[in-house]
Design a protein around this ligand. Structure first.
Ligand SMILES: C[S@@+](CC[C@H](N)C(=O)[O-])C[C@H]1O[C@@H](n2cnc3c(N)ncnc32)[C@H](O)[C@@H]1O
Length: 297
């Protein structure tokens, strides 16, 4: 452990060594141990996340040292995900409250909503009705409400606990008039509507993969990950229900993780189009209302 009077930079190096030694899982808050540990230390010390590099030279007081030690113990020994320690997660410039009731936000829709969505819509300014299926913390419903300022967003989740967190976030983003939350198994309990956009980041991991997850990912609600035996259970239900709820020019977008090949096989008739993502994962598919409506007949 760094000696008394050690600087923030010394603690950062120490934290990075712990992350490597204990093989902590990454990917929930940041992709590298350096970025996650720096985030955790700055947050613990109440310093801005965009602090200049010279803060690393700052020696820690006795109280700060104790706070950092506690935080690192919770992360390294108890394997608590960083976002559950800080009770926040960031998608771009947007901050969301999180705790163990919801999966930590980290969706490809963060890049797709601002960069690609409008190109698939006849008139993005006329988007009035949007649905976020499997909303969790409400993060994507909130990104959608910001992106389509004239739209009403229906956000649904089967987990009552997740919806409690979504309610906090909708309130903090001052969107209670535009986002309606529903407790529902996919669309079962949501009033009929003609959506311009239905978007979903559903649970899509095959159950066996979920059983083998690291402690950090197991700390997230299982129902946020578990897509049934082949991962497709919720996606199937969503596609069966979506056609009846889309406007004629509407679209469905679904993030599917590693299920691209399985989707292409099972839903070839729907002609899923795979959107490019910066890391080439290309795991978000877009399906047109016309394809879904013809498929259901
Ligand atoms: C992968 S998380 C996505 C959460 C959020 N949209 C995000 O991107 O961070 C999937 C969510 O689906 C919810 N869920 C699981 N099964 C569901 C179902 N049958 N109907 C509706 N929501 C469901 C889970 O509770 C969880 O909040």
């Amino acid at each position: 452990m760094p000696p008394a009077g050690a600087s923030l930079g010394d603690w950062l190096q120490y934290a990075e060594r712990l992350y490597a030694r204990e093989k902590l899982a990454l990917g929930q808050v940041a992709a590298s141990a350096h970025d996650e540990a720096l985030y955790l230390l700055l947050h613990t010390l109440g310093l801005p996340l965009d602090s200049p590099a010279h803060v690393l030279a700052k020696p820690l007081t006795t109280a700060e040292r104790a706070a950092v030690e506690t935080m690192l113990r919770r992360r390294v020994v108890d394997r608590v995900p960083a976002a559950y320690l800080t009770h926040e997660a960031w998608l771009g410039e947007h901050r969301f409250y999180v705790d163990e009731r919801v999966i930590i936000p980290r969706s490809y829709f963060l890049e797709i909503i601002p960069q690609q969505l409008d190109g698939w819509l006849p008139d993005p300014e006329k988007v009035r009705r949007v649905a976020d299926v499997c909303t969790g913390s409400g993060c994507l419903a909130i990104l959608l409400a910001h992106h389509f300022p004239a739209a009403k967003v229906d956000a649904l989740d089967l987990s009552a606990e997740a919806l409690e967190v979504a309610e906090i976030n909708v309130r903090e983003h001052r969107l209670t008039r535009r986002i309606a939350l529903y407790r529902s198994d996919v669309f079962d309990a949501v009033p009929a509507a003609n959506y311009d956009v239905i978007l979903s980041n559903p649970p899509y991991e095959p159950s066996a993969h979920v059983n083998a997850q690291t402690p950090e990912f197991k700390a997230e609600p299982r129902m946020a990950h578990d897509g049934g035996k082949d991962g497709l259970v919720i996606i199937r239900k969503l596609l069966q229900q979506a056609g009846a709820r889309l406007a004629p020019q509407g679209i469905v977008l679904i993030e599917v993780g590693g299920l691209q090949a399985a989707m292409n096989r099972e839903f070839a008739a729907l002609e899923p189009h795979w959107l490019r993502t910066e890391d080439s994962a290309d795991c978000v598919c877009l399906i047109h209302a016309a394809r879904l409506q013809a498929w259901r007949r």
